[in-house]
Design a protein around this ligand. Structure first.
Ligand code: PAF
Length: 288
């Protein structure tokens, strides 16, 4: 990583990924390429953030395609560190963002957020970017990283970027290729969130009502949580507005998916941020 960093000059942007790139990743790379002199992206499937070994084993990969896509999006340096380079010794140092990382995903995937925070810390220390780009689809991850950067004093701007959806509304995720015949059922989660966003646009502010709109759309037993949270702390909000995000997670067959809508209201007005919708099927299906 030190060698890669030495080759980058000017304002350096970083896009950390676990590969099997989709249009969400590419939008981060394109934004970094627009805003920075040089863009580095990383491809590292981080074992520390998988609480389930089966999930790690089936995580999709296509390195050649990733390299070509990243280059086409303006990435100057693709860094693909091996496990040895990331952690020459099994780490004894862990980064836990208390509270923010312990709720929601932290409850359902023990150790996951600490795994994310530890590896992102390692990447920021090794690559020393000026700006680092993350998708708002992982709203809790973004809150955790924003806070760890503040707490540890990394001189980097964390840039949150819009969630990207497939044509039918499913939030983009590399894992979507694993949904198989459960894909149609999985649409229930984004449908529920869109209904909640519509209710918010119509003036509804009650967390209980908005969360119920999501839960009611999802088949019995599939839902892990639907919760309205303050964006920076991920504590539960009882009323939507200010900076809130309605986050949800559910399981469909072998895949657990997370999704959200940002519900923001201030003296300028209120807006539900549903993300960006692709106009054609995601490129991940081209690799099947
Ligand atoms: O969002 C991801 O793909 C991962 O959590 C990240 C940030 C690359 C860390 O492994």
């Amino acid at each position: 990583m030190a060698e890669a960093r030495a080759r980058a000059a000017g304002v350096v942007g970083l896009v950390p990924t676990m590969g099997f790139l989709h249009e969400g990743h590419l939008s981060l790379m394109e934004r970094s390429a627009t805003e920075c002199d040089q863009t580095m992206a990383t491809l590292y499937v981080n074992p520390l953030q998988f609480d389930d070994p089966a999930d790690l084993a089936r995580y999709p990969a296509d390195h050649d395609r990733d390299l070509a896509l990243a280059e086409a999006c303006g990435v100057d340096l693709m860094v693909v560190p091996g496990a040895e380079e990331m952690f020459p010794n099994p780490p004894l140092t862990w980064v836990t963002v208390e509270g923010i990382g312990e709720r929601l995903e932290g409850e359902y995937r023990p150790g996951h957020m600490t795994g994310v925070a530890t590896v992102v810390t390692r990447l920021l220390a090794g690559l020393q970017p000026h700006r680092a780009y993350f998708g708002r689809k992982d709203a809790q991850q973004l809150a955790v990283i924003t806070r760890l950067v503040q707490d540890l004093g990394f001189p980097v701007d964390v840039v949150g970027c819009p969630l990207v959806r497939e044509v039918d509304g499913l939030a983009l995720s590399s894992r979507n290729v694993l949904l198989g015949e459960c894909r149609a059922e999985a649409l229930a989660l984004s449908r529920g969130l869109m209904r909640a966003a519509d209710r918010f646009d119509q003036g509804e502010r009650s967390a209980t009502v908005l969360e119920a709109a999501v839960r009611d759309a999802v088949p019995d037993g599939a839902m892990d949580y639907a919760r309205l949270c303050e964006v920076s702390t991920m504590t539960r909000a009882t009323v939507a507005g200010g900076e809130t995000v309605l986050v949800a997670a559910a399981r469909f067959g072998p895949v657990r998916i997370i999704d959200n809508v940002f519900l923001v209201a201030d003296h300028h007005g209120a807006s539900a941020d549903r993300g960006i919708r692709l106009g054609r099927p995601s490129l991940i299906y081209g690799s099947e």
